[in-house]
Design a protein around this ligand. Structure first.
Ligand code: ACM
Ligand code: ZN
Length: 539
């Protein structure tokens, strides 16, 4: 974007601003004397090669195109060189760990993996003076430092709901870039809903022919209908493209296929999957729908297994999210097939019937080398030890799961729901589902609360969730995500040394980078007018 400027301003020095404001906060960081001067002629000395190294280098060279106007030359060498960015192998390090040393003479990045190198480059990008992105210069100062860094939690996720509103492949990729900037490593892609089925399944073409389009959408909070058809879906080629894009940014895409609730779009496509066989339309209202898939019928399991068979071909992720939330039992209670299944299997309640579904689907996936994640309702009616529970209704469900010995991902709505309001001043906010999660509250999440050391081991990490009933435009999605996702990313990465005051001091620098990339973000905590959450709560 600045290539012409670089030619015109050859030799211009962009000085460091002297600050090393990195989000998420590195484990160990010491500021040293001096600066490294990056130039178009700076070389990258690559002393080892491992899978994915080209992705890490491609990321950095994209940044270099913007700031020095050209890609740096990569030279394979055995030894580090003075004046270069040296990539060194340290096999004693963990998979996401890196060490970054910047001095007058050179930059050294040490890691065991390409992922570590990628994260070192993410950190290094945040250390560039922001002016370098705007002014175009050919000598850019980076402050000397020593950083030793690795994540606290192995699972650092973000969920994006495509069911209520769908976003383009380009927008999804843009969000993946935002996540990579925060060293987020899981992109939970919510692909099926009452209001729309968003992934092509070859064996069930009606899922997208019929299920991807609703004839109308709600106005406001179910106040009326806009009467406009709305739809869209991702072809399998597009899915592969997104998965590849994420892989190149060290992000695993975890697909979610909702089982057995939130399935009206599937029922509209294949009515025989329901308890009554009635023909429904794709849902046009927001909320929890009573109409769910009928586990009394063997056909339902054939459907789920067929769909998941195609899904696991598309997504290499070890984890597959099978939904499980908000499944009313209204129809099951009246359905002869559901009741017969319960008698045959000795199930004492409809909750146990849902647990039967979860267990059968889990077994199917386990046999194919995959593991399940389910929303915390999978705890009801009994859950296998091997299922991972995603706590959303509140931290207590995550605590319950960890105490049972189940792996847990903490994404309680109290801290992690990015569709909730970020300010009390709701009149000046885009219309939202409700709730109140200011940045400080997202930051305050303690995934280990009430867990002893043994139980803490079951907490895999944290996730921010962006539901999109009231979010139809991508710049709005960014606004809801940033900077609350920056806060959640720091909880996930820097759990042990996180500090909200320090986060607020570092955030302006990251928001400058948001401006560089044209990201839309909420500025409440960046302006003096902000009311701290604690105060607002007391009023
Ligand atoms: C959810 O918010 N229903 C997981
Ligand atoms: Zn039924």
């Amino acid at each position: 974007m600045v290539a012409l400027g670089v030619l015109a301003s050859c030799g211009k020095v962009i000085p460091t601003d002297g600050r090393i404001d990195v989000i998420p906060l590195p484990n160990q960081l010491s500021v040293e004397e001096g600066n490294f001067t990056l130039k178009p002629s700076t070389k990258i000395v690559q002393t080892f090669d491992v899978e994915g190294m080209s992705y890490a280098l491609a990321f950095w060279n994209d940044v270099m195109l913007d700031v020095v106007g050209r890609e740096l030359t990569v030279i394979p060498e055995k030894q580090a060189q003075r004046g270069a960015i040296n990539i060194l192998q340290d096999t004693s390090m963990e998979s996401e760990q890196y060490r970054l040393t910047v001095s007058d003479g050179s930059i050294e990045i040490s890691a065991a993996t390409a992922n570590g190198v990628f994260y070192a480059f993410q950190t290094l990008r945040q250390m560039l003076p922001v002016a370098a992105f705007n002014e175009a210069g050919s000598r850019i100062e980076i402050p000397a430092c020593k950083i030793d860094d690795k994540p606290h939690f192995e699972y650092r996720g973000f969920m994006f709901d495509m069911g209520r509103h769908i976003f383009s492949v380009q927008e999804v990729k843009d969000m993946i870039d935002i996540l990579a900037m925060h060293k987020i490593n899981k992109f939970h892609w919510h692909l099926t809903e009452d209001q729309g089925w968003r992934i092509e399944i070859k064996k069930y073409p009606k899922l997208t022919e019929i299920g991807s389009i609703r004839k109308s959408s709600p106005i406001g909070k179910n106040k009326g209908q806009d009467g406009k058809p709305y739809g869209g879906f991702f072809t399998q080629d597009e899915v592969r493209d997104v998965v590849k894009y994420a892989t190149e940014r060290f992000i695993t895409v975890i697909p979610e296929i909702e089982i057995p609730g939130h399935s009206v779009a599937a029922l509209a496509s294949y009515p025989e999957l329901g308890c009554t066989g009635e023909q429904y339309e794709v849902a046009t209202w927001w909320g929890v729908d009573d109409r769910v898939i009928c586990p009394g019928k063997e056909l339902a399991f054939t459907f789920w297994e067929d769909v998941l068979s195609e899904v696991i071909e598309l997504f290499p992720s070890e984890y597959i999210h099978i939904g499980g939330d908000e499944c009313p039992k209204t129809y099951w209670k009246k359905c002869p097939d559901c009741q017969a299944r319960m008698r045959r299997e000795g199930l004492k309640s409809e909750e146990e019937l849902q647990a039967y579904v979860t267990k059968r689907v889990e077994k199917f996936l386990n046999e194919r080398g995959r593991k399940i994640i389910g929303w915390d309702e999978i705890l009801q009616g009994g859950v296998t030890k091997s299922a991972t529970v995603m706590a959303w209704r509140g931290p207590q469900y995550g605590i319950e799961a960890a105490k049972l010995g189940n792996h847990v991902i903490m994404s309680p709505k109290t801290n992690c729901y990015l569709d909730y309001y970020q300010s009390r001043d709701t009149k000046n906010e885009p219309f939202s589902i409700g709730g109140y999660v200011p940045v400080e509250q997202a930051y305050a999440l303690d995934p280990y609360k009430e867990l002893n050391t043994e139980e803490q081991k079951y907490v895999l990490g944290v996730q921010g969730n962006l539901w999109t009933e009231y979010i139809s435009k991508y710049d709005h999605a960014q606004y809801m995500t940033l900077p609350r996702m920056s806060a959640i990313a720091e909880v996930g990465w820097s759990y042990k040394n996180k500090n909200y005051e320090s986060f607020l001091e570092r955030l302006p620098h990251l928001s400058d980078l948001f401006d560089v990339y044209g990201y839309n973000y909420a500025k409440h905590v960046l302006s003096e007018k902000q009311t701290p959450a604690a105060e607002a709560e007391q009023k």
